[in-house]
Each structure stands twice: as structure tokens, then as C-alpha cells.
Design a protein around this ligand. Sequence first.
Ligand code: SF4
Length: 63
Amino acid sequence: MADCQYLDGCPVFARFKQEGLKNIWIRHYCQGWKQEECARLKLRNQGEKVPDNLLPNGELLGK
Ligand code: SF4
């Protein structure tokens, strides 16, 4: 699967302190089979505002 077109600069990833954890999300969603399920991508495609701390699984980082 092709990488998500928003991967460069997707703002949620600037919020991660642990590189390893960040890369797991990227591998599964942004570069992987779960990309179509990404909550960020869905909102964006609907023209909605996407909170910076929204994780691909729909949870909010830091909550
Ligand atoms: S988190 Fe979602 S919108 Fe951001 S790059 Fe990954 S798949 Fe794309």
C-alpha cells in the first residue's frame, strides 16, 4: 500500500516523545493496511477540522 499522502507533516506525530511508539502507528496506519480506517484521514476527507492530537484510532493523545 502506498504511504498516506499526508504522512509528511501529519501533526499528531510531532507530539510523540517515543520514536518507537510513533513508528508503530505509522507502520500500521500511514504505511499499512489500516490506512483507510484512520480517523484523521476520514475527517480530513470529509472536509472537517482535524484536532492535532487525534490518533488514527479515534482516541485523543494525552487524554
Ligand atoms: S495519521 Fe492518518 S492522516 Fe496522518 S499520515 Fe497517518 S494515515 Fe495519514
